[in-house]
Write a protein that binds this ligand. Structure first.
Ligand code: PRP
Ligand code: MN
Ligand code: MG
Length: 182
């Protein structure tokens, strides 16, 4: 159907709720990083919309860069091995890095990225995620900034997709089961 809302069971976080929470995250980061320059690293593709709004909520110099990673087939769920599809354009040595994610589920993506980025000798690394789904965690990752902790719902919008759909919703919604089953 052309009506994308037809697949939405309910709105979990409205555009206004997202704006308000991101303003708070931006203020916290602005306080914590006073006098420092931030390098934000967004994890393609889900993080891009959150990152665009978060960067503008931070009142300090913010450089941005991106990585794209992909799972190594079915072994990934246990091994946590991911493949870098697109690496950073900038050197992170001595930089204050904030990794930006839309959601943390198993934690495997960020666990890998933290190890990978620490080996490049940044001054610091912190994680900022819009959503945290702890029920699905397989490996613990240290989250410095968390927008919202959510139950194990099938969420889409504001960057999050199902089969590349719904990323452009301005809100976070819960998908109707019929939209992803069968
Ligand atoms: C999703 C999400 C996170 C990751 C979280 O990305 O955007 O990057 O999975 O899962 P994890 O904690 O279990 O590793 P996805 O692989 O769907 O790619 P996308 O961002 O391009 O949608
Ligand atoms: Mn992602
Ligand atoms: Mg995805």
């Amino acid at each position: 159907s052309n009506n994308m809302m037809a697949d939405v069971e309910k709105i979990l976080f409205s555009e206004e709720q997202l704006t308000s929470r991101i303003k708070e995250l931006g203020e916290a980061i602005t306080r914590d990083y006073a006098g420092k320059e931030i390098l934000m690293i967004g994890v393609l593709r889900g993080a891009v919309i959150f990152m665009a709004d978060l960067a503008r909520a931070i009142k300090l110099p913010v450089a941005i860069d991106f990585m794209a990673v992909s799972s190594y087939g079915s072994s990934t769920s246990s091994s946590g091995v991911v493949r870098i599809l697109k690496d950073l354009d900038e050197d992170v040595e001595n930089k204050h890095v904030i990794i930006v994610e839309d959601i943390i589920d198993s934690g495997l993506t960020l666990n890998y990225l933290m190890d990978n980025l620490w080996s490049r000798k940044p001054a610091s690394i912190k994680i900022c995620t819009l959503l945290n789904k702890p029920d699905r965690r397989k490996v613990e990752v240290p989250i410095a900034y968390n927008g919202f902790t959510i139950p194990d719902y099938f969420v889409v919008g504001y960057g999050l997709d199902f089969a590349e759909k719904y990323r452009n919703f301005p809100f976070i919604g819960v998908l109707k089961p019929e939209a992803y089953e069968g």
